[in-house]
Design a binder for this molecule. Structure first.
Ligand SMILES: NC(=O)c1ccc[n+]([C@@H]2O[C@H](COP(=O)([O-])OP(=O)(O)OC[C@H]3O[C@@H](n4cnc5c(N)ncnc54)[C@H](OP(=O)(O)O)[C@@H]3O)[C@@H](O)[C@H]2O)c1
Length: 250
């Protein structure tokens, strides 16, 4: 028995054209899942899915801006038409357009961050749940900033705290339907998202000083935790968060 085997399962991963989302899609595909990669920019997304198929694994691209519920609805219509049901959802796409004191954020920044980071994951789950017949696993990718707000990242941090809270509510509500909902809280990870931190020696040194392991993570180091959470190895685990941060919050 392999508790991590995902043969025959269909998985949707948002924000999967690069970074953590791509590493997650590669990992779930390696364990047998048919992966549907979602992001906005079709060209990058098609290339990411083709890269997974080149490894002899199952992946396809479906473009969607997850800040727009109408596009999410259209995405699921395509998924239903092609696959009928869904087993796994990884809500990974997020945005962080404001780096500065929270009080300086304007309405446009507020709305954009809320739309992509919390409204999007909600509608992704709302429309996914009816497709998960008797069993399903959902992972929301939040952040350590959900538990300890990141410096100059107040709006983003608030959305991630909301995402953890929503994870708990939906875990309770969906448990009777056999659907588990958990959250991954990454620490600093080497992706485009974190490039403003990693590319500045001054900011990076400040960040690394707070990480007992003294380094940032690779995207692949996040993927194993997602694999665990969506697999049968985590069959009694729901409503929880797993922090992967090199010890930062310890
Ligand atoms: N990197 C870190 O240090 C770190 C730390 C803690 C938490 N996280 C979390 O980890 C997750 C992944 O981040 P990452 O670091 O891997 O970022 P990344 O490399 O910048 O990738 C972001 C992905 O999201 C997609 N995306 C952005 N906006 C989208 C939208 N509105 N609709 C659909 N897709 C969208 C992007 O593709 P398109 O441009 O094609 O849409 C891309 O595929 C995020 O939830 C982030 O908050 C990251």
């Amino acid at each position: 028995m392999n508790d991590f085997n995902l043969d025959g399962k269909t998985a949707v991963i948002t924000g999967a054209s690069r970074g953590i989302g791509l590493a997650v899609a590669q990992k779930l595909a390696q364990y047998g899942a048919q992966c549907i990669l979602v992001s906005r920019k079709v060209e990058n997304l098609e290339a990411a899915a083709a890269g997974i198929r080149d490894m002899g694994l199952k992946a396809e691209a479906m473009a969607c801006h997850t800040g727009h519920p109408d596009q999410i609805k259209a995405l699921y219509e395509k998924i239903v038409e092609k696959y009928g049901t869904l087993d796994i959802l990884v809500n990974n796409a997020a945005t962080n357009p404001h780096f500065g004191e929270m009080i300086t954020a304007d309405e446009e920044i507020w709305d954009k961050t809320m739309d992509v980071n919390i409204k999007g994951p909600f509608f992704m789950i709302k429309y996914a749940a009816p497709l998960m017949k008797n069993s399903g696993a959902i992972v929301n990718v939040a952040s350590v900033n959900a538990l300890k707000p990141g410096m100059l990242q107040g709006v983003y941090s608030a959305t991630k705290a909301a995402l953890v809270n929503m994870t708990q509510t939906l875990a309770r509500e969906l448990a009777p339907k056999g659907i588990r909902v958990n959250a991954l809280l990454p620490g600093l990870t080497d992706t485009k998202f974190a490039s403003a931190i990693i590319s500045s020696d001054k900011i990076l040194n400040y960040a690394l000083a707070q990480i007992p392991m003294g380094r940032y993570a690779t995207p692949e180091e996040m993927a194993g935790t997602v694999l665990y959470l969506v697999s049968d190895a985590a069959s009694f685990t729901t409503g929880t968060t797993i922090v992967c941060d090199g010890g930062m919050l310890a």
